[in-house]
Design a binder for this molecule. Structure first.
Ligand SMILES: C[S@@+](CC[C@H](N)C(=O)[O-])C[C@H]1O[C@@H](n2cnc3c(N)ncnc32)[C@H](O)[C@@H]1O
Length: 224
């Protein structure tokens, strides 16, 4: 079934940037996984990269006294200690209540409890995709602590729709993001979900070391 939360162009951008983060040390996270459609794509990308982990990817020619000796170049192996993983988070109880920062004249959608999906459904989807590198956590983002996240994060997709959800996601992820890592926040400039842009803009004002690029409704955030 087509993902009704993220457009095909957005999905392509998310995967392109996630792929750019493959050489960066750290795990991937998605806060707000809903049915797990984007999670499966990110999990497959990581799994594919882990399966080539440590294998020769290129042949190099090294000059020796008697000509050219071919040596194998091995990819920088970011998964020496463990296979890199995708950590996904959701309340599995739908959206929380909006706050005043989410008020919008553009519609009354996105009420508390909307986008409800069971954790079982997502577990089944991950299993069906034959992925063994995904950790699924059921929690309200406000109840998460640093211990619930990977120590180091290479790539993050933050898709909690509402002001408080995005604000908390940024607070949790930013301190663990590798210097060359990327965070993507969904619904930037979406008039129906103004809280997402508000949370991003506040974060950027408080953390001037980060720069923003916008593609479609994706806020792409990385350090200068
Ligand atoms: C737009 S959907 C995510 C779509 C998904 N990223 C995808 O690409 O298909 C938003 C999800 O965020 C979850 N969510 C929003 N705010 C949350 C919060 N504060 N704590 C936990 N889950 C939250 C909702 O339950 C919902 O499943």
């Amino acid at each position: 079934m087509q993902n009704d939360q993220v457009t095909p162009k957005e999905t392509a951008t998310i995967l392109e940037l996630a792929e750019q983060c493959l050489p960066v040390a750290g795990d991937f996270v998605e806060l707000g996984c809903y049915r797990g459609d984007t999670s499966v794509l990110l999990g497959k990308l990581l799994a594919k990269s882990s399966s080539s982990c440590g294998k020769p990817v290129d042949n190099l020619c090294k000059n020796t006294d008697n000509g050219c000796k071919t040596i194998a170049k091995v990819v920088e192996n970011p998964c020496k200690t463990h296979e890199r993983r995708l950590w996904i988070y959701d309340s599995f109880a739908g959206l929380p209540e909006k706050t005043t920062e989410d008020a919008s004249g553009a519609g009354q959608n996105f009420q508390a409890g909307e986008l409800f999906v069971t954790k079982r459904e997502v577990i089944e989807k991950i299993r069906h995709a034959n992925l063994h590198n995904v950790i699924i956590k059921k929690a309200w983002f406000d109840d998460l602590t640093g211990q619930d996240l990977p120590e180091q994060i290479a790539f993050a997709f933050l898709d909690g729709d509402l002001y408080s959800s995005i604000k908390t996601s940024l607070k949790l992820v930013a301190p663990r993001l590798h210097k060359q890592g990327i965070m993507i926040v969904h619904d930037y400039n979406n008039p129906e979900l103004p809280g997402s842009s508000r949370a991003v803009d506040e974060f950027l004002r408080a953390h001037p070391q980060y720069q923003l690029r916008v593609r479609h409704s994706l806020a792409i955030i990385k350090q200068f």
